[in-house]
Design a binder for this molecule. Sequence first.
Ligand code: TYM
Length: 334
Amino acid sequence: MEKKKDIVMSGIRPTGFLHLGNYFGALRNYVRMQDAYTCYFMVADLHALTTLRETRELKQHVRRVLAENIACGLDPDKVALYCQSHVPETAELYLFLNMLAYKGELEKTPTFKDKVRLQPENVNAGLLTYPVLQAADILLHRATLVPVGKDQEQHLEIARNYVNRFNQRYSEVFPEPYAFNFGEDLIKVPSLDGAGKMSKSENQMATLYLADDDESIRKKISKAKTDSGALAPGAPMPETIANLFLLLKLVRPQDVLDKFQADYQAGTIRYGDMKKELAEGMVAFITPIREKAEHIRNDEAYLRQVMEQGAAKARASAAVTLQLAKDAIGLNYF
Ligand code: TYM
């Protein structure tokens, strides 16, 4: 008998343009995992509603995220690629998990505190229970591996808490899910100005987007922060420089990296040359993705078929899990 494959689940919010952080933190792993695992990847449109008050652009963003997932190499025939709102079972499991979620705990979640700071006028209950909805996404497929960037680590810890509470209170239904990045540490792709991480909606001049044209890529990289004055011998590498090395490592081969590392150690590094190398590496990396995504985005019939096919696969898996959850809770009266 064929061994059962481990189950993988992850999602991306359609709140703006996808960037290198989304690629290296999440998408790259999705693509690497699609052959060896049973995969569920979705566009988290319900999560987007926790911050979006204006939803006119939602449809465009959803289509863009789907197109960029596929352009990065995801095959909708191999995985379930779907929209969260097309799987209503998510909302039902979310409700069950809400009974296991404590207000005090949710209020302490760093992502919640950040959002309260960013949108003090819109601290809605959906924002507070954001990690509960995320746990529902994952548990709905009884997934154990969740490819995400470093910023999602805490949400995974919360999901494991709900798994343990559910299994103890009712009966054993869910396995514990863990953040995953191919045996390496989780990734945080920094912004080009050294002030935080790349982001879909903030800090756009310091973020490289998968939809950026060649000129924007070159311009943004040429403005990246480097010079922090002369360094004492043996001083630790400043963060802005370390960030450039990290980005270079993502798109150029090891020998190129080694050369600039050696120049840095010798004190002969020319940041202009390094940025040029980085810019051309990024252009070569982003251009094919951008062009492919644009083509897919304009094919409405194809995207519709992808969404329908993905939702059908996700709903089949969700129905089985929900039945198990209801039986465990005792919501089975006949
Ligand atoms: P979101 O939409 O903010 O980001 C999508 C994925 O990209 C990763 N990421 C980064 N990785 C490295 N460096 C960065 N600068 C960077 N920025 C973003 C994120 O870690 C994420 O993997 N809550 C999730 C969406 C979600 C989800 C889920 C994820 C909803 N349900 C279930 C996993 C499982 C989020 O807001 O991701």
